[in-house]
Design a protein around this ligand. Sequence first.
Ligand code: AMP
Ligand code: ZN
Length: 462
Amino acid sequence: MKIYNTLSKKIEEFIPKDKNNVTIYTCGPTVYHYAHIGNLRTYIMEDILEKTLNFCGYKVKRVMNITDVGHLSSDGETGEDKMTIASKREHKSSLEIAKFYTEAFFKDLEKLNLKKPEIIAKATENIDIYIKMIEKLLENGYAYKSNGNIYFDTSKMDNYYELSGRNKDDLQIASRDDIEEDIYKKNPNDFGLWFTNSKFKNPELVWDSVFGKGYPGWHIECSGISIKYLGEYLDIHCGAEDAVFPHHTNEIAQSEAYLGHKWCNYWLHFSFLNLNNDKMSKSSGKFITINTLIEKGYNPLAYKYFILNGYYHKQLNFTYENLDIAQRSYNKLKNKITSLKENEIVNESAKEKYINKFKDFLNNDLNTANALSLIYDILKDEKINETTKLKTILKMDEVLGLSLGEKKETIINDEILNLIKKRDEYKSSKNYIKADEIREILLQKNIKLIDTKNGTTYEIIK
Ligand code: AMP
Ligand code: ZN
């Protein structure tokens, strides 16, 4: 497999440290709100990476963290803790918020046919490893105490700017928050490892440690969890493009200072999904979730199809017009595939030829757009029978996860029942425009509503 490595700024041949066993670390969600479809673009591509490696015979061990405390989620100790904001908004404790949105995140993964990573590790359940690392960094002189906090001394790392391609004269630009300069740091890019003297007045979650009661900095979470679950060497570390600096840069610095050797060989970064040509972001409040798409009558897999048609190194602008086009193509494609005959003799050599081509496309820096276009080539191929086409495409779908062979079947789940309830409410309040909109959405899903004296019932159109 060839992948673009942010570290070398080149497309490189991927060679795992341990023959056929691959370790992958993927930065997970901060669970103070629903994941948006931008976050999910990154998770879709990480799933494709994992499944491609599996498809090519590798054994993958993948870890994802869940950031379940707000003050861990940025360098900026300004503003209010994101978890606290959510607690106030929803009148729940931080841990209840985290639990709710973690579950919602897993449901989103399911809706997109994404495999849950083998190991999911919560930030709050791994404090022991952060403390162990920080103790060693203090001991070996890479960290220092200042004003009650512990900082990493970035001037001690010769390769500090290697990943981002910046230099030390560049001002620190944090990706997530406006940063108020912290005067207790020795160098502008130094970052907090442990805070006992926080600007947050009463942080809801603090832990005892040898350095005093407090909480860890944002970056130590991912280094700690990766080293704890995947060991001293990591093959691939992923995230979106905003993670390169400062997050991944700081992860490299503290991990290598702690381990005393190179830590991760391949760094993969996925480009943003934009909304109105600007990064879709949770903190701006302008974002779209999978549930919004479902409520509007879209299939989450049509969104996935839209993403896979793009190249991950290019930003994609989300519009409903683009999604409409994707949904129409996706439905047409699925209809073609599900109407293929299933009982002819499969031409195994033709199938293998196509599967190898499919692997070549994905092995070429995850070119999912070419992999998808191969499906159209297969459907057009007059030299092979329908069953060969079907079996080849379904094999490819093991990686793509687009449910291409699923016959149109209508499932009445909670979302459908909620839509029916919502439409009833609109009807009672005489909002017939909204009520009809929902009727139309359900009709597209093959569900016909029938109004009776005793309320609304439904019929599934065969
Ligand atoms: P967060 O929940 O903010 O910690 O983000 C989770 C993951 O989604 C991280 O890898 C981010 O870099 C990534 N991400 C955030 N915004 C976008 C976006 N607009 N498009 C693609 N990925 C994103
Ligand atoms: Zn991370």
